[in-house]
Design a binder for this molecule. Structure first.
Ligand SMILES: C[S@@+](CC[C@H](N)C(=O)[O-])C[C@H]1O[C@@H](n2cnc3c(N)ncnc32)[C@H](O)[C@@H]1O
Length: 432
C-alpha cells in the first residue's frame, strides 16, 4: 500500500470507531480481516496513524475546526508528525486510493496549525470534563503532563532475576538496543521504530525461557516500593493477569508465601502459565468460589497486602489513547467506590506492624490521595509510611525517584513527563 492509501485506511477506521464506539484494536482487527491483501507493515503503519490521531485528537480537531475522521488524521499529521502543508497535500492528492484533495479551508488551517490560544484540555489532549481533576493534581503543568501522556510509550521489560541476571539479558537482547531503566534496576527499555511498532518480543528466547516480562517501569517501581521481603507473607489482592505478582515473587526470591487473588476469575486465567514460565514457586493462586470467603484463613496474618486497584487508567493513556476519549464520569464514580471497598477489605488481612501498598495507574487525586485520606479517617490504627521511607527500597536511585515524582503527604505519583514511566500512584500505610 502507498502511504496515501494507508492514510485513507486510517480515516476509514476512525469513521468506524466514531460510529461503533468500541476499542480501536477491535476496529483495526476487523479492517485487517476485510483487507487481507494488506501486509504486516501496512497494518502496523495504519495502526500507528490511528493511535497517533487518538493521541492528539483534541488538538487535531481544534486546528482543523472539525472532528470528522478525515480532519483528525490531517490535523494529526501537522500537530503530531510535524508534516507541513506541502507534505500533507502530496499525500491527500485525490489520486486512486488516496484521500481527496485538500479543500481551500483545509489548506489555510494546515498552513498554520496553531494551538496558542487553545484551552488547556485541547493543548494537553484530554477530555474537557477531566480538566478540573487534572488541574487539582498538576495545576498549570497539566498541559505539559497531557502532552507527555499523548506521546508514544517505549517497550519496557523487567528482568526476571529468578531466571537470569540483568547484565546477561542486556547482552542477549543487544540486537534490540535495550537501555537500562532510570529507576528500576530490573528495567530494560526498548524504543519503538518510527511508525510506533515494537519488536516481536514474545518470540525472543529470553522471553520464552522466562528471563523477561513486558512491564512498564512504573509498574516495576510500584512493586519495588511495596517492599516485599524474601520470606514474607504477602497478599496480592487484585492480581489480575499477574504482572505485579510475578514482580513480587522475583523480589521475594521465591521465598515466603505470596497469595494471588482477583475477584474476577477470568482475569486470573493467564497467571498460571505466566507463573510457570517465570519459574515462580512461592505463589498460591486463590480464585473466587461463589459466596465463599476464599481468603478467610489469611486474616491478620499478612506482612504486606498489595492493592493494584481497578482504576480509570488515566496514567496509561500513552498505551491506550482511545481510552481517554471513551472514559465517562460514571466510570470514575464506580472506580472510586470500588477502591474504597477494596481498601477497607484489605485491612482485615494485615498483621500488626504489617503494611498495605495501594497502587493505581491513575493520575486523579480522587482515586489516589483522597482514597488514602478516607481510609485513614476510618482506620485510625493505620498511618502513612512517608514516601521518604518507601523510596529507600530503591537504594540510591530512590532519591532520584523522589526528586522526579510528584510527592504528597500520602504517596508518590509517577508520570511520563516526570519519571518517563506510565502514570502510577503508590502509597504505603502501616498498621500499628
Ligand atoms: C489494575 S488491575 C490488576 C492488574 C494486575 N495486578 C497486574 O499487574 O497485571 C485491577 C484488578 O482488580 C480486580 N478487582 C476489581 N475489584 C476487586 C475486588 N473487590 N477484589 C479483588 N480484585 C478486584 C479486577 O478484576 C482487575 O483484575
Amino acid at each position: 500500500m502507498t502511504p496515501a492509501a494507508r492514510l485513507s485506511a486510517a480515516i476509514d477506521i476512525l469513521a468506524d470507531l466514531a460510529v461503533r464506539r468500541r476499542p480501536a484494536s477491535e476496529s483495526l482487527k476487523d479492517w485487517g480481516l476485510r483487507h487481507r491483501f494488506a501486509g504486516s507493515g501496512d497494518r502496523a503503519a495504519i495502526a500507528g496513524l490511528v493511535f497517533d490521531t487518538l493521541r492528539r485528537r483534541a488538538s487535531a480537531a481544534y486546528v482543523m475546526g472539525s472532528d470528522e475522521p478525515r480532519a483528525l488524521v490531517l490535523g494529526m499529521l501537522a500537530v503530531m508528525r510535524g508534516l507541513d502543508l506541502d507534505a500533507i497535500a502530496r499525500l491527500a492528492d485525490g489520486s486512486r486510493f488516496a484521500p481527496a484533495q485538500l479543500s481551500a479551508d483545509e489548506r489555510t488551517r494546515l498552513a498554520d496549525p496553531n494551538l496558542e490560544t487553545a484551552p488547556p484540555w485541547v493543548k494537553g489532549d484530554y477530555a474537557q470534563w477531566l480538566d478540573p481533576s487534572l488541574a487539582r493534581t498538576f495545576g498549570a503543568e497539566r498541559v505539559d503532563e497531557g502532552r507527555a501522556l499523548a506521546a508514544r510509550a517505549p517497550l519496557d521489560l523487567r528482568v526476571n532475576t529468578l531466571v537470569a541476571a540483568p547484565d546477561a539479558v542486556l547482552q542477549e537482547l543487544a540486537h534490540l538496543s535495550p537501555e537500562p531503566g532510570r529507576f528500576s534496576p530490573l528495567a530494560l527499555r526498548i524504543q519503538l521504530d518510527t511508525e510506533g511498532k515494537a519488536p516481536p518480543l514474545t518470540s525472543e528466547a529470553a522471553f520464552v525461557k522466562g528471563a523477561v516480562e513486558v512491564q512498564d517501569e512504573g509498574s516495576q517501581i510500584a512493586a519495588i516500593l511495596a517492599g516485599p521481603m524474601p520470606g514474607a507473607q504477602v497478599l496480592d489482592l487484585c492480581a489480575g493477569a499477574g504482572g505485579k505478582t510475578l514482580a513480587l515473587a522475583g523480589l521475594m526470591d521465591n521465598k515466603g508465601q505470596l497469595y494471588a487473588y482477583d475477584s474476577d476469575i477470568r482475569r486470573l486465567k493467564p497467571i498460571h502459565e505466566r507463573l510457570q514460565r517465570a519459574q515462580v514457586r512461592n505463589v498460591q493462586v486463590r480464585a473466587p468460589r461463589g459466596a465463599a470467603d476464599v481468603l478467610a484463613d489469611l486474616e491478620g496474618r499478612m506482612d504486606l497486602v498489595l492493592i493494584d486497584a481497578p482504576c480509570t487508567g488515566t496514567g496509561t493513556w500513552r498505551r491506550n489513547p482511545d481510552a481517554k476519549w471513551r472514559m465517562r464520569p460514571g466510570a470514575l464514580a464506580e472506580r472510586i467506590a470500588e477502591q474504597a471497598r477494596i481498601l477497607a477489605d484489605a485491612a482485615r488481612f494485615v498483621r500488626p506492624g504489617g503494611r498495605i501498598a495501594y497502587v493505581t495507574c491513575s493520575l486523579l487525586d480522587e482515586e489516589n490521595g483522597a482514597q488514602i485520606r478516607g481510609f485513614l479517617e476510618s482506620h485510625p490504627d493505620f498511618s502513612v509510611v512517608p514516601p521518604l521511607e518507601t523510596v529507600l527500597a530503591l537504594g540510591s536511585r530512590g532519591l532520584g525517584l523522589r526528586a522526579a515524582a510528584l510527592e504528597s503527604a500520602e504517596g508518590l505519583l509517577l508520570t511520563p513527563r516526570r519519571t518517563g514511566t506510565d502514570g502510577f500512584y503508590i502509597s504505603v500505610v502501616r498498621r500499628e
